[in-house]
Design a protein around this ligand. Sequence first.
Ligand code: PLP
Length: 444
Amino acid sequence: MTHGAMKDLERLRYATMPTKENAFSGTARGMQGSEVLRIAAEVRKLLSEGRPLCNLTVGDFDPRQFPVPDALREQAIAAFERGETNYPPSEGLPALREAIVAYVAREQGTAYPIESVLVASGVRPLMYAACRALLDPGDELVFGVPSWNMNHYAWLTQARAVPLMTVAEHAFHPTLDLIRPHLNSATVVHLCSPANPTGTMMSVEELERITTAIVEENQRRIGEGRRALFLLYDQVYGGLVHGAAGHANPVGLVPEVAPWTVCLDGISKMFAATGLRVGWSLAAPAVSVVMRDLLAHVGAWAPRPEQVATSKLLGDEPAVEAFRVVMNAGIKSRLDTLCEGFTALRSAGYPVDWVRPEGAIYLSIRLDLVGRTVDGRQITSNEDVRYLLLEQAGFAVVPFQAFGLEGETGWFRASVGAVSLGDIGDAFPRIQALLDRCQPSETN
Ligand SMILES: Cc1ncc(COP(=O)(O)O)c(C=O)c1O
């Protein structure tokens, strides 16, 4: 480095660092870091030490286990090489929006006009834009917990988060009974199916009941001249369904809810393409325009070559189907292997349980160890259980508390996108050895 460059670097030492107190907005000061990312960093450290580890923490895919569809990769490269490198239209390329309309009609039986479709760089910016478009500070955003990140979107928009504690008996989804007391005061109700972190789906009947109640609430509000109640429906895992029950779109079930619904979807999960950044929303054209204008200021367009590639892939029904068969079988075999392992442990009398996975890449597992002792030490929290599993059994999972579910319930998320079947199988003897050391405490 030259003397001049050294001097420049010295000047940039940031000796007087901006601090939380003297530099940032209240929104920035109150932001919570991601618990999943904190745990993932711990896991990376153990992996770098060469420890045997089954990493079920990240909601992502290892491209060696789950590569993107060949057609997506090839078409993105071809578009890049053709020079498709300028700004796309802020609502998305027309060819992609048309392909999305056809895909949704084909897969979900719902015919949207092209003006309903807004494309952005993944589901996240669309979630943010929907919240910004619909919520003022203090407005109520109602969502079931455990949930993926809705507390953060509430915080970013300064909306009032109304988390509803769900239970395993309802597959950790909110029911109309839970939502009903908030129907009159809420501005947005958020639902997600298949769900992160639970891997469960809403029953079609319950989804229909909730959707109908939202329509009725809006009819009342229109009569009273009040602002509408919106349904924000995250269906990013809608293409990853493992059971017999198909994925349902609320607008397909109750078309009258269309004006008040924003559905979110994208290629991140169904095509294992989290890094390619293409998502879309389906909403009333008036809502889509506002979300588009918000996102235009952020510049959160999906990259143009990926938009071209996604339009070609979505339009190629046989290619989508062929990829889906392989991808979903890969996810299902991993979930099944986990379920079989935990079923065997449960049958042998160990305090473990799970909820049948129906979609997405997750399994809800319960290790009911709080209150037991290990090597004479009391286990007092889910965090203790998580740490024991990680350190002593090389089994890395995320407690449901990271997704807002309160209490030391023993429930954890296991995410299978970044592990092999072998990684899962190898973990069970280690888990069993740890469980053998966990004794009921004397006071139990
Ligand atoms: C339920 C849910 N919605 C949205 C997202 C974000 O999707 P994207 O990567 O397309 O922004 C995720 C990512 O994990 C998710 O689990």
